[in-house]
Write a protein that binds this ligand. Structure first.
Ligand code: F6P
Length: 530
């Protein structure tokens, strides 16, 4: 099978609807479902068939997916443009690896010391709040994990600062007391402008308070650039390592998880690692058609490259997961938002779709209109906990009902005849029916996948995040791109510096800037004459 066979299959399937596939096969829901330890995916409401799965399986055999997976897990230098491994899975294989075990042990020790007040602020007071200063992978994973797992009984309050706009840090600091606030500067490179600017802001805030010269005691750094953290003023024993074989967007599992440990307790973090490790094993061992990451990747490629969808919505019907879409935007789009192959030649097809989404049911009152009646195909992942947990069971039942209803309606839509029939039942007159019914037509046939689980705990979150990591990897193998570099963000950083220098009036920085940028710089300078 070749991509041309997939094209032929897509032409065939486009002649049918998802609803028709259900009509033909009463066992479709079972046939197009798969499970891992705590996740189930039902992908039956996609325009997909066993022939499509077989074609993909053959294609992935040709691409030698199996050996790519082995190369990932064995720590080969598969990040070829940076000559690095992408060995984040090693971080969750804890007992098997002394380096990881030792590093985690020092992280846990620091966590214990902070929570037991063995390590305190300069005034000797216990830390009650931790502020993680980082951006991208040094922010999104910990922010999401803290949101899901924070637990007042097991830890302290956690806050996250990423934005260069000081409105964010000011808003957060206004709630905090310097004597009891600990800052984690999370930056693999310790060179990221946003993070260093915010960290210096925090340093000034502490220095101008009663903490004064003791502000060093309020900082921990997590970085692979030890010297820069020392230069910044962090005590050597408060610098936790990162390794070049862990990419920023895959780093939640490393010491970058310290804020998670501090607000959720280290047991929760251990469970998070355990869940991710179980997904790692599933990914390596489960056969193609039962392999959750592979199935999600197949759906992405199928719809993106063969069925014309360029947009993927992730909609958790689970408020605790509301930050998942932002996390996945970095994971998926920074990894696979590329147009060259591993050897530098152009990619021959579209690569990653736009990823977006918010927690349900809020989206039902905004963008679902476009999902139901817009002009483009959007693929949707719904994430759904089946137990209410600590939440109100009545509200949870309605949440479940809404999620299932949306998934169903995306598939079935509403024909003109159905719309007219309903309007007659509702007592409309024939004139109004003929005017209004066309506006109520919903094309349906919109694909959606339901990822369900019993309850959102640390273990399940670990499985969910590793699921999407591996899905991203499988897609990269299909497109033959390196998902572990991010050269596309570098130019913006360099030109950002140049424009900053141009604003400061450095003549050499002004050279080669375009008329629009120069005019805006001038307007800014006029407004901010010092
Ligand atoms: O924006 C690019 C990027 O390098 C991300 O990949 C990374 O997660 C983020 O910046 C933060 O980098 P660092 O941890 O080095 O501050």
């Amino acid at each position: 099978m070749k991509p041309t066979d997939l094209s032929r299959l897509s032409d065939e399937l486009k002649q049918q609807t998802i609803s028709e596939l259900f009509d033909k096969d009463s066992m479709r829901a079972e046939a197009f479902s798969a499970r891992s330890q705590s996740l189930s995916i039902d992908y039956s409401k996609n325009l997909i068939s066993n022939n499509v799965l077989s074609a993909f399986q053959q294609q992935f055999d040709t691409l030698d997916l199996h050996s790519w997976i082995q190369r990932l897990f064995s720590g080969e230098l598969i990040n070829n443009t940076e000559q690095r491994a992408a060995h984040h899975t090693r971080l969750r294989d804890v007992p098997a690896d002394p380096l990881i075990e030792q590093t985690l042990a020092s992280c846990y020790q620091l966590c214990d010391d902070i929570l037991s007040a063995n390590k305190t602020g300069a005034s000797g007071q216990r830390f009650t709040d931790v502020v993680n200063i980082g951006i991208g992978g040094s922010d999104l994973g910990p922010r999401l994990a803290a949101d899901v797992l924070k637990n007042k009984q097991a830890g302290i309050n956690a806050y996250f600062i990423s934005n260069l706009d000081s409105a964010e840090i000011n808003k957060t600091l206004a709630k905090l007391s310097p004597e009891t606030t600990l800052f984690i500067v999370a930056s693999k490179s310790f060179a990221t402008e946003e993070t260093l600017t915010n960290a210096r802001h925090a340093q000034r805030w502490l220095a101008s308070s009663s903490v004064g010269t003791g502000s060093d005691q309020h900082f921990i750094a997590i970085t692979s650039n030890h010297n820069k953290a020392v230069d910044f003023g962090v005590a050597t024993d408060c610098i936790l390592p990162m390794w070049d074989w862990v990419g920023g967007r895959y780093s939640l599992w490393s010491c970058i998880g310290l804020s998670t440990m501090l607000c959720a307790g280290k047991q929760a973090f251990q469970q998070l690692l355990a869940g991710a490790h179980v997904m790692d094993q599933h990914f390596q061992q489960a056969p193609f058609t039962e392999n959750l990451p592979t199935i999600l990747a197949v759906l992405e490629i199928w719809y993106g490259n063969f069925m014309g969808a360029r947009s993927h919505a992730v909609i958790p019907y689970c408020y605790a997961l509301r930050k998942l879409p932002s996390y996945l935007q970095q994971l998926c789009m920074e990894s696979n938002g590329k147009s060259v192959r591993r050897d530098g030649s152009p990619v021959l097809s579209d690569t990653n779709p736009i990823v977006w989404g918010t927690a349900g049911t809020d989206g039902q009152h905004s963008y679902h209109q476009l999902l139901h009646q817009g002009t483009q195909t959007v693929t949707v992942d719904f994430l759904l906990p089946l137990s209410a947990g600590d939440n109100c069971p009545i509200a949870h039942q309605k949440l479940v009902a809404n999620c299932l209803a949306q998934s169903r309606v995306l598939m079935t839509g509403q024909s003109l005849a159905d719309a007219e029939y309903r309007m007659r039942l509702d007592g409309y007159n024939e004139k109004d029916i003929s005017t209004l019914a066309p506006h109520k037509v919903m094309h349906g046939n919109m694909p959606s996948t339901i990822i369900s689980f019993d309850q959102l705990d640390a273990f399940t979150l670990g499985e969910i995040l590793a699921l999407y990591e591996h899905k991203t990897f499988v897609c990269s193998v299909f497109w033959d791109i390196n998902p572990f570099d991010q050269w596309g963000v570098e130019l913006g950083k360099r030109i950002g510096q140049q424009v900053d220098e141009a604003i400061q009036g450095k003549p050499e920085a002004l050279a080669d800037l375009d008329g629009s940028t120069l005019a805006m710089i001038k307007r800014y300078q006029q407004k901010n004459q010092r």
